[in-house]
Write a protein that binds this ligand. Structure first.
Ligand code: ADP
Length: 461
C-alpha cells in the first residue's frame, strides 16, 4: 500500500517529547499541529506550533488517550499524519489502524508489527525464529494446570519470573524464589494481567540475578532495509523505571554488540518491520537474552543521537513519508560517549510526585550539554501526568569526560519551587561503581537503601 505523503503532522503527545517532535518537524519544513489538554494550555511548546487544538480535560483518558478526539483533530486541522511520541497511544495497534483507516499516516510501525511485538510471548517466539537469544523458558503461555507450571519452574530452576504477555511499564511481573510462592504468584499475576492489560496470558522464564539492561536501537524502512544504531545501557532503574542511560554500553566487546545488532536487523527484515524500534536485552556473564521490543521512539533516544550524530526523530518521519533509508550500516559510526539523566518532579527520598509552579529554572550549558525540556520559570507542572520534566543529555569524547561534564551540569542545574530528583542524580553520578561503569539492574535500588547519599547532597534543589 502506498502511504499518502504529508506536509502537516499532528503531535499526539505532551511535554518534552511533544517539543522534541515539533523541532524535528520544523527542521524538515513540515507544518505542525499540537493537541493539548486543559492542564497543558499554558505549556510553551503549544504556542510554537502552527496550530494548537484543545482535545479535552486534564485526565489523559479524556484527552491524550481519546482516539476519536485525536483523529477528529487531525482531520479538522488538515494534518496528514499523527506522531504518537511515547507512552499514551504509541504502542496501541488499534489506534494505528484507526489512524490509517481515516486516511492518515501513523508515524510508527505497522499495526501488525505493534501487535506481534506487543505480546511478549509472540515477540519471544519470533525472536527465537530469527536467531535472537532469549531468556530460558518456554515461548508459549502457561495453561491453568498448576502441576505443569510447577514442573516447568523446576526444570527452568528457581528463581523464576512470572510475566504478563501484555505487560508494560514494569507492571505485571512477579519473582518466585521457591516452590512455596509459585501458586500465589501465578494467580496474582494472571489477575493483574487481566485487570491491567485486558488479557490474562502469562508466561514463565528464568529470573536472572544480576543482569545489565542493554538495548539496541533499530531503524527500518518497511521495504526490507534495516539498520542498528548502536547500544545503550539503561541498567540504573528503580521499580523497573530507568533513571540514567548511556551510549554505548561499556565493557562489552564491540564484536559482540555487532553480532547482536546484526541479529536485530535480521529480525526486523524478517518481520517487515517499519520505523524505529528498540530490542531490549538482559546481559549476564557475557550472554545476551532478549526480553522485549519497544515499537516506538524511546525516552532515551538522545544518547544514541549524540554518539551517532543522527537525528532519530527525523529518520522516523522520513520512513513514514515513504522514503527508503538513505543510510547504510557502513555509514553508522559512533563518536565518544553520552549520558542522559531523567529529571523528575518528585521528592528525591520518598519519590512522591511534586507538582506545582517552578519558581526558578536555571539550565546548564557548555560543550556537549543538551537539555530536552518544555519547562521554564513560572511553568506549572501538572499533577496528572508522568513526573519527568527534563532530560539532561551530555556528550564527551570519552566516558570519563562525559561523566565529568554530567556531574558539573547537574551541579549547575537549579530548579526551585518544586522538588526534583536532582540531588539524587548528583550523588549517583559520583558513586565509584557508576564511575567504573557496568552496574547491574539492582544497583540503584540497593544504593538508595544506603541512605548516606542524602547527608552530603542537600545543596541547591
Ligand atoms: P516492561 O515491558 O514492563 O518494561 P520488561 O520485560 O522490559 O517489562 O522488563 C522490565 C524490567 O524487569 C527489566 O529491565 C528487568 O529489570 C526486569 N526483568 C524482566 N525480565 C527479567 C528476567 N527474566 N530476569 C531478571 N529481571 C527481569
Amino acid at each position: 500500500m502506498i502511504r499518502p505523503a504529508f506536509t502537516k503532522v499532528l503531535i499526539a503527545n505532551r511535554g518534552e517529547i511533544a517539543l522534541r517532535i515539533l523541532r524535528a518537524c520544523k527542521s524538515m519544513g513540515l507544518h505542525t499541529v499540537v493537541v493539548y489538554s486543559q492542564a497543558d494550555r499554558s505549556a510553551s511548546y503549544v504556542a510554537l506550533a502552527d496550530q494548537a487544538l484543545c482535545i479535552g480535560p486534564a485526565p489523559a483518558s479524556q484527552s491524550y488517550l481519546d482516539q476519536t478526539a485525536l483523529v477528529l483533530a487531525a482531520k479538522a486541522s488538515g494534518a496528514g499524519a499523527i506522531h504518537p511520541g511515547f507512552g499514551f497511544l504509541s504502542e496501541n495497534a488499534d489506534f494505528a489502524v484507526r489512524v490509517e483507516q481515516a486516511g492518515l499516516v501513523f508515524i510508527g510501525p505497522t499495526p501488525d508489527n505493534i501487535r506481534d511485538m506487543g505480546d511478549k510471548i509472540s515477540a519471544k517466539r519470533l525472536m527465537i525464529e530469527a536467531g535472537v537469544p532469549c531468556v530460558p523458558g518456554p515461548n508459549h503461555a502457561l495453561d491453568f494446570d498448576y502441576d505443569k507450571s510447577c514442573a516447568l519452574a523446576h526444570e527452568i530452576g528457581y528463581p523464576v519470573i512470572i510475566k504478563a504477555a501484555g505487560g508494560g511499564g514494569g507492571k505485571g511481573m512477579r519473582i518466585v524464589t521457591q516452590e512455596a510462592g509459585l501458586r500465589d504468584a501465578l494467580s496474582l499475576t494472571r489477575e493483574e494481567a487481566r485487570r491491567a492489560f485486558g488479557a490474562s496470558d502469562i508466561y514463565m522464564e528464568k529470573y536472572l540475578a544480576h543482569p545489565r539492561h542493554i538495548e539496541i536501537q533499530v531503524l527500518a524502512d518497511g521495504k526490507g532495509h534495516a539498520l542498528w544504531l548502536g547500544s545503550r545501557d539503561c541498567s540504573p532503574q528503580r521499580r523497573h523505571q530507568k533513571m540514567l542511560e548511556e551510549a554505548p554500553a561499556v565493557a562489552i566487546a564491540p564484536e559482540i554488540i555487532s553480532q547482536i545488532g546484526a541479529r536485530c536487523v535480521a529480525a526486523c527484515e524478517r518481520l517487515g518491520y517499519r520505523g524505529l524500534g528498540t530490542f531490549e536485552f538482559l546481559m549476564e556473564d557475557g550472554a545476551f537474552f532478549f526480553i522485549e521490543m519497544n515499537t516506538r521512539l524511546q525516552v532515551e533516544h538522545p544518547v544514541t543521537e549524540m554518539v551517532t550524530g543522527i537525528d532519530i526523530v527525523e529518520q522516523q518521519i522520513r520512513v513514514a513519508l515513504g522514503e527508503p533509508l538513505a543510510l547504510r550500516q557502513s555509514d553508522i559510526s559512533q563518536r565518544g560517549h553520552a549520558f542522559e539523566c531523567r529529571i523528575n518532579a518528585e521528592d528525591p527520598e520518598t519519590f512522591a510526585p511534586s507538582p506545582g509552579v517552578i519558581s526558578a529554572w536555571h539550565m546548564p550549558g557548555g560543550p556537549g550539554v543538551r537539555i530536552d525540556s518544555h519547562a521554564f520559570a513560572g511553568y506549572r507542572v501538572p499533577p496528572h501526568y508522568d513526573s519527568m520534566i527534563a532530560k539532561l543529555i551530555v556528550h564527551g569524547d570519552t566516558r570519563d569526560i562525559a561523566l565529568r561534564r554530567l556531574a558539573l551540569a547537574l551541579d549547575e542545574m537549579n530548579i526551585e519551587g518544586i522538588k526534583t530528583n536532582l540531588p539524587l542524580h548528583r550523588a549517583f553520578v559520583r558513586d565509584p561503581q557508576v564511575i567504573a561503569g557496568g552496574v547491574d539492574i539492582h544497583y540503584l535500588e540497593s544504593w538508595l537503601k544506603e541512605a548516606s547519599w542524602t547527608k552530603d547532597q542537600h545543596h541547591g534543589s
